[in-house]
Every structure is written in C-alpha cells, then in structure tokens.
Write a protein that binds this ligand. Sequence first.
Ligand SMILES: Nc1ncnc2c1ncn2[C@@H]1O[C@H](COP(=O)(O)OP(=O)(O)OP(=O)(O)O)[C@@H](O)[C@H]1O
Length: 269
Amino acid sequence: MSVDTAKNPDRPTTPGSSDASGSGTGELIRLENVTKRFGDHTVLDGLDFSVDTGKHVTLIGPSGSGKTTILRMLMTLTRPDEGTITVDGERLFPAPPKQVREIRKKIGMVFQQFNLFPNMTVLRNITEAPVTVLGMSRDEAEARARELLELVGLADKCDARPSQLSGGQQQRVAIARALAMRPQVLLLDEVTSALDPELVAGVLDLLRDIARSTDITMLCVTHEMGFARDISDQVLMFDSGRVVEAGSPEKIFGDPEQERTREFLGAVL
Ligand SMILES: Nc1ncnc2c1ncn2[C@@H]1O[C@H](COP(=O)(O)OP(=O)(O)OP(=O)(O)O)[C@@H](O)[C@H]1O
C-alpha cells in the first residue's frame, strides 16, 4: 500500500487515497459549454465548471436541476449533446474506447442505491474490479480490501452477503469498493438518500473522515447541507441546468449573492 503525503501534506494518505501516479495539482475535471437534452427538455444548458485535483466540490440545488446527470456523464453513462468534458487533460466524448477505459479507471462512484453484487461476498464485491479491471493479483486485492473494510468499520463482514447488511453497512461497502480502484476522483451521488434516518450520520461521518484524511478529489451531489458545509472547498448552486452561484461554503451558506440560492437554502435549511 503506497503512502504518499507529497501532494497534500495536510491530508495524509490512507488506504483510500488515490494513486500518486498520473495526478498533478491542477485541474482534474473540466466541463465546457456542456448541454444535455432529454427529448425537448434541456437538462444541462451550456454548463461550465472545473474541479482541481484534491479539492472537494459539492453540487447543491433543487431536484431535477441536472446534478446527477453531470456525474453520470463523467461515468460515461450518459453523453452530452454539446460541449466538452475532460478528465486529467483527456477528452471523454468522443474518445477511443481505450482512452475511455483509462479515464474510467480514474473515477470511482458511489450511488444512492449501493449497487452491490448481491451474489458476491463483501470481500469479493471489493476485490472484483481491481482483479478484473486493474489486473491486480487476488492476494493483493484482498489485502487492500481488508484494509478498506477496516477503514469503513466493517472488518468483520468480509464473508457476509450484501443482503445480510444494513443499508448503512452496504453503503460503506460501496465506498470501500469505489476506493479499492485507487481512483483520482470520487463521485458521490446523494449517497445517504436511500438510508434509514438513523444510519445517515454514520455514513456521512465516514465520508467526512475520508475527505479530511485523504488527498482524493471529490465531486459530490448532496441534499445534506451540513455535510456540504463541512467537506467542501467549493459549493456550486445549480438551477435549471446551470450554475447560478459558486463559492466557498462560508459564502454560499453564510452570505449567498443570488436570490435563487437564498430561496433554495431557505427552503431546505
Ligand atoms: N434517462 C433520462 N430520460 C429522460 N429524462 C431524464 C433522464 N435522466 C434524467 N432525466 C431528467 O433530467 C432532469 C435532471 O435529472 P437529474 O437526475 O440530473 O437531476 P438532479 O438535480 O440530480 O435531481 P435529484 O436531486 O432529484 O436527484 C430531470 O428532470 C430528470 O427527469
């Protein structure tokens, strides 16, 4: 397990950290003039924003404003109709399949609905992609998976099946699974919205720890404003497929400039 604190001495590397190779300190993700339509519904409307390496950027905004669509594009699950998306300097659409695969290795995503493989043990859920996609030996993948299970507080659940775990535990496994690929960027899509209320705080605490203690870049969609305030370097307020305001969490939550931001926060806080 590599231990690299060079990139960000304030955030020492843990088992969840991204691989040092190939990552710099500049811009990691860039969207330029990205437009996405579903039928005649324009979901993203000439969107521009970027995320720098090691930063934690949070997308907030009303339901249906296009936040999840952005993450799905970065995962190549949805294509933009117009505009360019680059990850670590490489363009995603269009891109040859090999380039897409290489870019996808840099990105881990945790979904609302966990999306674990139901027929695999917890350990196998975490080791599968490192072995099949990265070509890691099974021994190395298992050693890493055990460290990650320790990190997420589930060291004793290696042999359990997902159905034997609570929603919060399943989401912790999903977080460990995403980190097992040593992604440069972790995409988090409302990761607590499918959880029973009493399980939300534990998962958010885990993510706060990961945000604080690793140098991984995070792009996070959340309706948990306290969490957004805690982990973010930058908050982007979305509405109708555009960024209506961007700023530090202190600015956005404490002194927003746009009426739309004030309205939204007034309704959710
Ligand atoms: N595959 C699809 N086909 C048609 N419409 C879609 C599709 N995916 C998303 N949409 C629509 O695009 C809009 C934006 O959806 P998206 O999930 O990105 O919003 P969101 O801001 O993440 O919302 P929420 O906070 O509720 O998750 C919504 O109106 C949604 O219904």
